[in-house]
Design a protein around this ligand. Structure first.
Ligand code: GLY
Length: 560
């Protein structure tokens, strides 16, 4: 009898798409922080406990990660900060890198007409960094605690050092990373222990970075962009053929933009506008899914995966053509999200068979994997929510450490279309809308997102992972909203990614072999990957905050 009841429960759960819980989120009553690295989580939590708000915590975590998570945490890169305040106001701070004034459309095309590797490694790969200006802008407008107090923990972590985790030590000695970093003496000295490498538990001390952070602590972003940090940075660039000048640094501006807003099944979604392609992406894909009943087949089923993949494929075809910096190109956001257009996309999906990507082109609107960006989510005791995704682009960016300054520089120039129509480092095809121009912002996929239910804060999330970010954020969202998972299970569940071209469905290990066989029978080329994305998410429900860092990483969620 008991067996029969149990079977009935399991069948009911499967048919309604409700997953059986396997992991518990971290729970707290007042405030929560979820980041990729535990020192940074602790720094953020301490700020919140001592009366700082979510913006203060975001600033302190951003600087702490620049010390403790050098592959992606940064002052030499850029990113996006999305906030929703308890009183309902929202903001989006774009501190993404900009192309230097001397950048030009064909700067990465070699004499043979092919794209070179200069957008990926070395001094010419960097855009003008935005992190310090962006975090300062957020703090000046919305912070509560003194700036110096927020930078001090990062200064201490850099000067006193911290024990490297297993994952970070392993990452630093991986073949790909060590080959890149050892090309630049300063990077080799600091991050590869001068070629002797670090073991897990070894202390990483960064005195040069500590001094840079001290100046930022004492003099603010002005030092970074016009003072004692700017001058050696520009000189180092000039000495090594880089393009960033003192003027580029001085002229760098962070921008406050209006977040993109949309709705799905009564949930309000607040997310990243262009120059991110992520917000438009999740809203278009969700629009295609809404009302189809795709979720009835259950999370991880071939039928649900098929429908989601087809929606992803269609968006990425549009992305290749229509997305770029809105200050240089009129991004057709409303057309891409027009319900009639979305209806047309939905109707074009064959419920049984994959649509081969070569048959699919960007819509007529007139009528892999690098996980080395990082995301953190914060909710404070007042109910203010902040989602920050920032990056050096590839792990350890361009591999160049600025002489005497101790920080790695980004290789964000590779997010432009070095040669429109040809794949970049992520295999992404991008068009003229994202061609290089001086002072332009490269198109991003970073998708910090905040979700409301009945007008109240419900979910804060985001992920690294280049173009996979869009699909990762989408999947965690639907795992909660459509498949009824708790936030920990929603983050744990295996993920998949399709980006139109290359025409392959990337699936994490963890999917059932039956699902994979069924998808192959529908016409998909499946490529298995170890991990996709690193989500840091917080869910707010029934007076509790539930946090989850990603078990694919060494991240932590902590609250009080
Ligand atoms: N650099 C990854 C992104 O911005 O999408």
């Amino acid at each position: 009898m008991r067996k029969v009841v149990l079977l009935a429960v399991v069948l009911a759960a499967a048919s309604s798409g409700i997953a059986v819980s396997s992991r518990q989120p971290v729970r707290a009553r007042h405030a929560m922080v979820a980041t990729r690295e535990h020192h940074a989580t602790d720094v953020g939590l301490a700020v919140l406990k001592s009366g700082g708000n979510a913006i203060d915590a975001a600033v302190a975590i951003g600087f702490a990660l620049s010390v403790t998570h050098p592959s992606a945490g940064n002052v030499g890169g850029g990113g996006f900060l999305l906030a929703r305040f308890a009183d309902g106001r929202t903001t989006f701070i774009d501190f993404r890198e900009r192309a230097p004034q001397k950048a030009s459309r064909d700067m990465y095309i070699g004499p043979d007409g092919k794209a070179t590797k200069d957008s990926l490694v070395g001094y010419r790969a960097s855009g003008v960094p935005g992190t310090v200006r962006g975090l300062e802008m957020a703090h000046k407008k919305y912070g509560r605690k003194p700036w110096s107090e927020l930078i001090e923990p990062a200064v201490q972590l850099a000067s006193q050092g911290f024990p490297l985790s297993y994952g970070d030590a392993r990452s630093l000695r991986s073949k790909h990373t060590s080959e890149r970093l050892s090309r630049f003496p300063e990077s080799k000295r600091i991050f590869l222990n001068d070629g002797k490498y670090f073991e897990p538990g070894d202390r990483l001390q960064q005195p040069e970075l500590a001094r840079t952070l001290q100046r930022v602590r004492d003099m603010g972003a002005k030092d970074f962009y016009e003072g004692e940090t700017a001058s050696p940075l520009a000189a180092d660039m000039q000495a090594h053929g880089g393009l960033i000048t003192l003027n580029d640094l001085k002229n760098y501006k962070a921008m406050e933009r209006k977040p993109l807003e949309g709705a799905y099944r009564g949930y309000a979604i607040i997310t990243a506008p262009p120059p991110s392609s992520g917000g438009v992406g999740i809203l278009q894909i969700l629009g295609v899914l809404e009302g189809t009943g795709y979720e009835k087949s259950g999370a991880g089923s071939a039928a649900a995966t098929h429908f989601m993949t087809e929606a992803m494929r269609r968006y990425f075809a549009d992305r290749s053509e229509y997305m770029g910096d809105p200050d240089f190109y009129k991004v057709p956001v409303s057309a891409l999200l027009n319900p009639k257009y979305i209806g047309h996309l939905r109707q074009s999906i064959d419920p049984e068979q994959a649509t081969g990507s070569p048959k699919l082109h960007p819509g007529n609107l007139g009528a892999y994997e690098s996980a080395e960006t990082t995301h953190y989510s914060i909710v404070d005791a007042d109910g203010n929510a902040v989602a920050v995704t920032y990056t050096l682009n590839d792990g350890y960016g361009s591999a160049v450490t600025a002489e005497k300054l101790g920080f790695l520089l980004n290789n964000e120039m590779d997010d432009f279309a070095a040669k429109p129509g040809e794949p970049n480092d992520y295999g992404l095809i991008q068009g003229e809308a994202n061609a290089i121009q001086p002072r332009k912002t490269p198109l991003s996929s970073m998708t910090p997102a905040i979700v409301l239910r009945d007008g109240k804060l419900y979910l804060v999330l985001g992920s690294p992972g280049g173009p996979t970010i869009i699909n990762t954020v989408l999947e965690v969202f639907v795992n909660v909203v459509d498949f009824g998972m708790n936030i920990a299970d929603a983050v744990d569940a295996p993920r998949f990614h399709h980006q139109w071209m290359p025409d392959a469905l990337y699936m994490e290990t963890g999917f059932s072999p039956d699902t994979i066989a069924l998808l192959k029978a529908r016409g998909y080329t499946i490529k298995m990957v170890n991990a996709q994305g690193e989500v840091a998410a917080i869910l707010s429900e029934n007076g509790w905050l539930e946090g989850s860092a990603d078990p694919r990483t060494e991240g932590t969620a902590r609250g009080y």
